[in-house]
Write a protein that binds this ligand. Sequence first.
Ligand SMILES: Cc1cc2nc3c(=O)[nH]c(=O)nc-3n(C[C@H](O)[C@H](O)[C@H](O)COP(=O)(O)OP(=O)(O)OC[C@H]3O[C@@H](n4cnc5c(N)ncnc54)[C@H](O)[C@@H]3O)c2cc1C
Length: 403
Amino acid sequence: MTEEYNYDLVVVGGGPAGSSTAFIAAKSGIKVALLEKENSIAETVRTSGVTWIESIKEFGIPDNCYNPIKNFSFVSPNNEVTISNSIATAAVLDVRKTYRWLAHEAEKVGADIFVKININEVIKNKNNDIIGVSGTGPNGKIIFHSKVIIDATGFSSVISKAMGFVTQWERFGAGAEYEATVENIDPDTWWLMVGQEYTPAGYAWIFPLGNNIVRIGVGVGKPESSIDPTQRLKEIIEKQLGPIKKLGKITPIEFHYGLIPNEGLSRKTVYNNLILVGDSAGQANPLVLEGIRYAIKFGRVAGKVASDAIKNKKTDKDALYPYEENWRNAIESKIKSAGKVQDRWIGLSDKEWDKELDIIKELKTEEFLDFIKADFGLSNMLKLAVNHPKLAVRQLFNLVKRK
Ligand SMILES: Cc1cc2nc3c(=O)[nH]c(=O)nc-3n(C[C@H](O)[C@H](O)[C@H](O)COP(=O)(O)OP(=O)(O)OC[C@H]3O[C@@H](n4cnc5c(N)ncnc54)[C@H](O)[C@@H]3O)c2cc1C
């Protein structure tokens, strides 16, 4: 038997982008369904969950959802730098708790959450515009009719692909990590590890969650490298490379694996009755492959724009365009600059990485933070390109500045 539903807004994908869209839309009073294919929200974790305290506060994420980070350590084959701060600016999220909190916020304001719903088809009208989705649920076939649909399916971009609007991302990051208990870890300090032995295109990491738990992972840029991140992760743990040795005995709790788009902001994100948000829209900072705060922030924008459009009974691409305008204004130039730094980093040899860490040592804490967050243009960052006493630092920031 086929189940059939009618909603104002159907959000496909219960990650941070989908839950945040559903939250704002339902809060505005329209009828919202949030569809997730897994057995529960955040059943599978596919991310390391690092974000910024500033964003956490902006979104109202509860304090018990994260471990605050004050210090940022980098290791290259023959160099090391730690940027220290007196206050915590970054955080490692308890991903499951945070994503479930986001979904619960949506539910509290009236969104209906459906789990175990695997959406695999789109329903179109005679103009080929999307007017619903269908898939399989616990009781067989299930259909959702909707005025606007949100593609928040992450990397797989299921809805946009089914509409024929996009094809598989060709440039992306693949990451593998263990969440593990360790013997020794400073819960205030994260580690990023660079150089060929860790990964030929990307970085490895140790992110502490508190209570002697860490996430140890390896990210590999594709198609730049053919290395399997899972294999490489096992190797660097076995060899006890760099700061991994200091962790002592490592007892894995859980394994995480995921893919993140790395093609800049190449996709159009509004069509008639359809919005792409989060990873399906490619909204990630390529420098450190960070996307959670963008997924939440622009999910909320998508929820507002979609609900306004639905209330105004005009849901074509022009009516939904304010969403695209909003996020492009907010991050497009920053993400382009971050892409340039990433292009430089992806080609560095071990020796060049050692030198790059010498440049990072020259940065003040707030300059470093703006840099790693891709907040180019904030503080006096661009002045560094002209005024910094060290030529190498000026060169790095000139790269960011150049259009
Ligand atoms: C290894 C790795 C490490 C990362 N580390 C960080 C980090 O430290 N900090 C950071 O900010 N970002 C990080 N990211 C990126 C971050 O995880 C993403 O940018 C973010 O999760 C995007 O959120 P989203 O809601 O768009 O997609 P997702 O989180 O992928 O959520 C999509 C949801 O849609 C569901 N879904 C998919 N298809 C269907 C379907 N057909 N029907 C129904 N439901 C469906 C999925 O099950 C999932 O729940 C990392 C990514 C990877 C791969």
